[in-house]
Each structure stands twice: as C-alpha cells, then as structure tokens.
Design a protein around this ligand. Structure first.
Ligand SMILES: [Zn+2]
Length: 290
C-alpha cells in the first residue's frame, strides 16, 4: 500500500545554500516519506573550494545535515564521498606530475570516510564512479582506481556504495558486475545510481542494486510495460537542492504523487511499488519501517 509512511527516496542531496536536509526531510515526511538517503554534494554546493581540506569540510557539513534530518523523525541514511566530477577537476588541474600528491590526498579522505563509517556517523559512501561526460582518459582511469578502492572499502567495512556512471547501458552494468566479483564486494550493496530502466533490470539479473528516478513514466516502464519484479531496484529523486535549479532532478515529495498517479491507472503496480519503496530499501539499507 502506497500511503502513509511508505514512500522512500534512495538518493537525494541537501545543500546549505538550498532548503537544507531538515526541511527536505520534514516536507518528505508530510508526503508519506519513511526513508531518505542523503548523499554529499561537491564542495562548491556548500560555498567551499576543491582543496582536500575543503572536501573534508564538505563531508563534515553533510554529516551534520544528516543529523538534523534524523531529528525530523524519519529514517535517514547518510552517504558521503567524492563525486567523479570533483576528482576529474583535480586531475585536470594538477596534471600528471602531481599524481602522487593527488592520490595521497584522495586516499587520506577515504581513510577519513572509513573512520566515520566505523564510528557509525555515515552509512555508506558516494558518489564515486566515473564521469558521464567526455574528459581526459587519465581522469577516467584514476576515477576507476578510486572506485576500485571504494569497492574494497565496502567489502571490508560494510555499508552501501552509490556509483555515478557513464550511463553506458549494459556495458556500465556488466563492468561493475565484473570488477565487484573480482574484488568479492557485496554486490547487493553496490547501488548503480541514476540507472535507466534497462540498466536496473540488468542490475537485478546480476544481484546488484540500482536507483531509477521516481517519475511515473520510468516506474510504468519497469513494472507495467516490462512486467519486471524488482528485487533490488530502488527509487530516487536525485534532488540537488540548488536554488539556481529549483526542483532538479525532482523533489523527493513528488515521488509520492507520481506513484499514486500510476497506481490510480494500474492497480497492479501497487505491489511492485511497495517492494521498491519498502522491501528493497530494507534489503539494501538494512532498515525497517516497522
Ligand atoms: Zn546524485
């Protein structure tokens, strides 16, 4: 039943220059939200630079934001990391001669994230992955090295890992499946963020998790047109909380109205949507609404 406290958002952002996590969480709760996963943003969303120190500060700000959202009284997962676009910027800025310096700086931040995870201050890592746009080949390679490191961290310290990828369809999904298997990373805890419906179905086949944007069209394509029984598919708003781009990608509370609208047209969608927004969240994040 999609109704009171059964709507979830498995990937959203909160910025200090936007609404902020507490307001987002309380508006989401009013719309029937029971669970939201907040993922840290690149440092400039908090008015910071891309220095290692500021990246660390951005993570601290994000953890504080998560704490404020938790006080609203819904389940919150706190996810922090270094976005592939930030790593890309640093690779291009510093160049190959500063590679060792860059690598050390990033690994120190990863060590910091592990410390937060061990202390229970974060529930997972993200976004990591590969840029979705054309850039230097070395930037893709370095991002991938960091992603491999994060799959090892996931294997050794638990939690979940949100991956931002190039939207390359089955190639993207299969490449993550292969590398996760090689590293013996827990595949169900690897979340392919911003997946297409086709990618989400492929990820399910490999027992990997995915998030699709919570629009009616995509949900309909998945559970009605393709008749897919979602095992590890989750729904996301990918709300970026940027006052310059209001409502992008969508507001978390819109997930509820999109789902309700689909169910009013197709009663049979209800069971699958419940799986996506409750059962699958419990499986992937280990949280229970009851
Ligand atoms: Zn995102």
């Amino acid at each position: 039943m999609i109704g009171k406290l059964t709507v979830s958002d498995a990937h959203a952002h909160a910025s200090t220059i936007g609404l902020g996590a507490a307001r987002i969480a309380s508006k989401f709760k009013e719309a029937g939200g029971w669970f939201i996963s907040f993922v840290s943003l690149p440092p400039h969303y908090y008015g910071l630079t891309h220095s290692f120190e500021d990246i660390r500060r951005s993570i601290d700000i994000h953890v504080r934001q998560c704490g404020e959202a938790m006080r609203v009284g819904i389940r919150v997962a706190c996810i922090a990391g270094i976005h592939p676009a930030v790593i890309d910027k640093l690779v291009r800025l510093l160049g190959p001669s500063k590679y060792d310096y860059l690598r050390r700086g990033i690994l120190n931040i990863i060590e910091y994230l592990v410390g937060l995870k061990v202390r229970g201050l974060i529930d997972g890592y993200g976004e990591f992955g590969r840029p979705h746009y054309k850039t230097l080949p070395t930037s893709i390679v370095f991002n991938e090295m960091i992603m491999i490191k994060m799959l090892e961290v996931l294997r050794d310290y638990g939690g979940v890992l949100h991956l931002h990828l190039e939207q390359g369809g089955n190639i993207s999904v299969d490449s993550i499946n292969t590398v996760s298997q090689m590293l013996k990373a827990p595949k169900a805890k690897v979340i392919l963020h911003h997946s297409t419906v086709a990618m989400a179905i492929r990820a399910d086949k490999h027992h990997m998790s995915s998030t699709i944007v919570g629009r009616k069209d995509g949900l309909k394509e998945l559970v009605i047109n393709r008749k897919h029984k979602p095992e590890l598919v989750l729904v996301e708003s990918d709300f970026i909380d940027d006052p310059k781009r209001p409502g992008a990608v969508m507001y978390p509370w819109e997930i509820a109205s999109e789902a309700t609208s689909l169910i009013s047209e197709y009663r049979e969608a209800e069971e699958s949507l419940y799986r996506i927004m409750v059962d699958n969240v419990s499986k992937v994040y280990g949280v229970d609404p009851y």
